[in-house]
Design a protein around this ligand. Structure first.
Ligand SMILES: [Zn+2]
Ligand SMILES: [Zn+2]
Length: 137
C-alpha cells in the first residue's frame, strides 16, 4: 500500500497502485483545474479516506467529479462516477515510488508553449471521446 495525503494532511489514505503507469491530460478543463497539467495514476475503485469531511467533490460532468481538500485546496483525484474509479493526482503520493510515464491524453489540446520529452503514447481528443462513449454505453 502507498501512503497519500494533501498539503495540510487532513486528508490521508492508503491505496494500492497498479499498474504503475501514469498519464497526463492536456485538456483545457484539466489545465484550468490543476493550474498546469493533470498527472494521474489509477487508484482503483475502493479508496477509503481517513477524513471524508475535508473532501470537496466538484461534479463537473454527468460522468465524473474532481476532488480536493476543503482545508488546504490540494487537488486530490478525478473520479469516474459509473465505475467509482479514482485517478489520483501524482502529488498526493507520499511514498517514494517509481512510476512509468505511459501516455498523454488530449494531445491535440496541448498548448504549444510546453511539451514533454518522454517517449509516451499520444492519445487524441477523438480517441478519448470514443473511450468515454464506450464507457458510458
Ligand atoms: Zn488539506
Ligand atoms: Zn483532462
Amino acid at each position: 500500500m502507498v501512503k497519500c495525503s494533501c498539503l495540510c494532511t487532513q486528508v490521508s489514505f492508503e491505496v494500492s497502485i497498479k499498474p504503475k503507469n501514469f498519464g497526463v491530460c492536456h485538456c483545457s478543463d484539466c489545465r484550468k483545474w490543476t493550474g498546469g497539467v493533470f498527472m494521474s495514476v489509477s487508484g482503483g475503485d475502493n479508496i477509503i479516506f481517513d477524513n471524508e469531511k475535508y473532501i470537496g467533490r466538484y461534479s463537473h460532468s454527468d460522468w465524473a467529479e474532481r476532488g480536493f481538500c476543503t482545508n488546504c485546496g490540494t487537488n486530490l483525484f478525478f473520479r469516474m462516477k459509473k465505475s467509482n474509479h479514482y485517478f489520483l493526482m501524482l502529488g498526493v503520493i507520499d511514498d517514494d515510488i517509481s512510476l512509468h510515464f505511459e501516455e498523454q491524453q488530449f494531445i491535440d489540446e496541448k498548448p504549444s508553449h510546453y511539451s514533454f520529452s518522454n517517449d509516451t503514447k499520444l492519445v487524441t481528443k477523438a480517441s478519448m471521446m470514443e473511450m468515454l462513449n464506450n464507457y458510458l454505453s
